[in-house]
Design a protein around this ligand. Structure first.
Ligand SMILES: Nc1ncnc2c1ncn2[C@@H]1O[C@H](COP(=O)(O)OP(=O)(O)OP(=O)(O)O)[C@@H](O)[C@H]1O
Ligand SMILES: [Mg+2]
Length: 317
């Protein structure tokens, strides 16, 4: 970073904190604060520096909550600040693939748009896994929602995240095990994905371990375009762990309004095989972590020694 950039960042920092100080200690004086300072502040608030500082401040505040997921429950968030990259499509179809393979899972719809919930309310919805809408703004609310919504056998939670890096995504990055970021083959989307990638690595640094793991998944890829063909290798060259490529398929375009998923297709259909590969990728990634055995809610409650001895616990497959 050049000295000029460092100086301008320090100036902005001083300006911001100065205004904050005035606001706190002498709000009456705020009107007399130099108008140029206010203008600079407003420009700065829209800048990447400010967004980074703000995101980091929220991450740090959320991290202090230090709540933990129930043992043995793996949580996978599907995130990207960019809208329309296929987050909900991937979350629903991944969940449907796991459910069809007999896994007990929960899909959390953490997006206020409620697209995943709407999807499951359509006429042709045949999948039997539970889907719950969740308002997640803190690590505590995320952990509480999971604890209150899962069954004793649930050992996987997939979270469909909103198109922002607001508190919801930050909380899931701080308490989750794996974040999947769908990336389309457009350069604008690739730039936008950078923010989500940085959030994951900031969360990992704060947690001081390898979690959350990050996988990027090429999404809505048209193999006929050179950009589409090159995306996965380009992402690998950038050092990402890259999941299987999810192709642009006509059948996904109206799947939501029909309420259908890949689990309704022939086992050998290319779309279903694509999702089977994604599910295998997710399991391989989660296998890198020591999630411990699944402990049922009853066993987690403080209990008398007799009751504890009688309680049952199930183990993740
Ligand atoms: N693989 C695909 N092939 C074809 N269309 C797709 C595919 N994936 C997603 N779409 C379509 O792209 C649109 C956006 O998909 P989706 O809602 O899953 O994205 P999103 O990232 O969840 O969006 P938002 O950020 O608004 O929540 C939808 O119309 C969906 O049907
Ligand atoms: Mg969505």
């Amino acid at each position: 970073m050049s000295p000029g950039v460092v100086v301008s960042r320090i100036r902005k920092h001083v300006l911001m904190n100065g205004l904050e100080w005035v606001r706190r200690h002498s709000p009456g004086c705020l009107a007399s604060v130099d108008s140029e300072a206010r203008r600079t502040l407003s420009v700065f608030r829209q800048s990447q520096d400010f967004q980074y500082a703000e995101r980091h401040a929220i991450l740090r505040a959320l991290h202090r909550q230090r709540q933990r997921m129930p043992a043995g429950v793996a949580t996978v968030g599907v995130a990207n600040r960019k809208g329309g990259v296929g987050k909900t499509t991937i979350a629903i179809n991944l969940a449907a693939t796991f459910a069809a393979a007999g896994r007990n899972l929960l899909l959390l719809d953490a997006d206020p748009q409620g697209s995943a919930t709407e999807w499951t309310q359509q006429r042709r919805w045949r999948n039997r896994f539970p889907v719950a809408a969740a308002k997640i703004t803190t690590v505590s609310s995320f952990v509480r929602t999971v604890e209150q919504t899962i069954d004793d056998d649930t050992d996987l939670v997939i979270v469909d995240l909103p198109p922002s890096l607001a508190k919801t995504s930050l909380a899931v990055a701080l308490a989750g095990n794996l974040i999947v970021i769908p990336i389309t083959a457009s350069p604008i989307d690739l730039w936008a994905a950078r923010a989500a990638v940085e959030t994951v690595s900031d969360a990992r640094n704060l947690r001081g371990g390898q979690e959350p793991l990050l996988s990027v998944v090429p999404s809505r890829i048209d193999d006929r375009t050179s950009r589409g063909k090159r995306l996965a290798s380009g992402l690998e060259a950038m050092g990402f762990v890259v999941g299987p490529t999810m192709r642009e398929r006509v059948l996904f375009r109206d799947a939501a309004e029909r309420g259908s998923t890949v689990a309704d297709l022939e086992k050998r259909s290319p779309a279903r095989r694509e999702y089977a590969a994604l599910a295998a990728h997710v399991m391989t990634r989660l296998g890198e972590l020591d999630l411990g055995p699944r402990v049922s809610a009853d066993a987690r409650k403080p209990a008398s020694p007799d009751a504890a001895a009688a309680s049952t616990s199930s183990t993740a497959p």
